[in-house]
Every structure is written in structure tokens, then in C-alpha cells.
Ligand binder design. Sequence first.
Ligand SMILES: [Zn+2]
Length: 297
Amino acid sequence: MYQCPFHREQNGYSLAVWADGYKCFGKCDTSGDIISWLMKYRQLTFVDALQSLGQQPTSQQPKHQRKQEKLIHPPSKTWQMKAKQVIRVSIDNLWRDSGQFARDYLHRRGLTDETIETTQLGYIPGYYTQWTKLYDMSVPCGILIPWIRFDDIWALKVRRASGQPKYQMVKGSRPHIPYTLVSGHCNESAVICEGEFDAMLLHQETSDLVDVYTLGSASKRLNELNRTMLLPYRKVWLAYDNDEAGQNRVQQMMNVSARMQPLHIPNNGDITDCFLSGHDLRKWIQSTNFESWQNLP
Ligand SMILES: [Zn+2]
């Protein structure tokens, strides 16, 4: 921990620095990677920062970064207002008689009523190929999974009862942040899982041990904003399925940051299968955290 230069800190040490990034936990909340450090601290341009590291910038790099920065905003307030209404209606549906089938499905995946409520899951009734018009939004029928962080709704995703693709996004969604399940415990480690239902189950069982994130599928890459959000953690465990898509993603993320480590899911299955076959997710995470302390330099 260091005195933070960005808010001219005099008393205290708010700035945490890792091999691949930094974050101020004090007044200014600044964070970023080595490039943004050089840009802010030494007031360099993106190109100069790269050159100071001995890298030749190609013409695409600054453009790429501009694109990423543009993407980090949540959907418009108008979109979010409509999304909020859709979430409200879908929660209503889920807890009525007509939602029994959907609730049974969620219970079969190991989710408790409390988890279903806190994650604001909902239900849009209808045939699995159908889309419904609600508040001027076209919404696929199935179980509605809202991506909410703080006060913003970033995306509305639906798990359909059947058919491919199994998951559909409502138009206008911007799933550029990870789906986030964070408790008030100030956990030092986080786990990234493959999908939302796995994430919900893991959070339900271990919220006092780890924070849980998912990018929504194994095909999604880690973007700049995802990386920044994960900077406060000492360790980020990657609990992806033991198949080709999952393992490729783990490899790519490990190349991005040394703090990311693969986490083997017992039973060679996914987290939900593992839980349903009687494994104790708490014991699994506890033993993992213990190992991580032993391995600290
Ligand atoms: Zn600061």
C-alpha cells in the first residue's frame, strides 16, 4: 500500500499496487493498468506510454482503446426505466401460480427462494420460441435474469425453456460488465464462473468466503472494464467447465493477469452438477482459499 499520488494523500496509504494494476481505496477511487498509470501519473498520451515501455504502437491500438471506453456506459435511462418495469412484472409472474413451473426449475438447480428473490429473477410466460411485447420492449419468454450493478440495469437476459440458443438478450442490453454477486464481507478472493445460475448457487453457499462473477458464457473475453473491477482482489479463481471452450477461456484469462488461477471443479462437472451430486461447495472454496494463503510469496 502506498500514499496515493492522485489525490495527494498526506496521512495514510490508500493505493494498492499489483503486478498488473493499481487501485486507490481512498478518496479518489482511481484504478487501472500499467498503461493508464503512465498516462495519469506521467501525463503521457497512450502512444507515448506504450513507447516508454519499449512497445511500438500500431495505429489500431489507440482506436481500440477509444472503442472500449465508449462501451463502458450502461444503457440509457429510458431503456433502464422500461427494463425496471419488465423486471417488476416478471417477478410478479414468477411468484404467481403460473410461475410454479419456473420456480420448480430454479429449485431443481439448487437455488433457494431467498436467492431467487435477491437476484430478482422473474418469469415471462409463453411458448419457448415466443417473444412478448412489454413496456415497448420485445422480451423472450422464459426466466428473466437481470444484470444489475448498484443502481444501473445493464442487461436483461432470458433462459428459455428449450431450443437453441438457450439464452437470449433483450435488445439494448449492454453486458459489458460481469454479472456480479458481491456480499458486504470485503472478500479477498473472487470466483469467475461460466454462467449466471452457477454464480447464483456459489454465492448462495459461500457469500462470506468469496465474491462471485460471471461474464455470462465461456465465449466472452475479459475486457478492460472487467479487469478493473477485479483489481481489488488478491486472487481471482476461474471456475470454468472442464470442456474445450471453458479451458480455452481459462488459458486466455491467465495470460491477462497473474492473479487469475484455474479452480478445478470437483466431479469434473459444472458447479450446479457438483452441488446436486452432494458436494459441499463451502468446503471446496474453503480448501481453495487455504491453499492460496500457503502459496503467497
Ligand atoms: Zn487516491
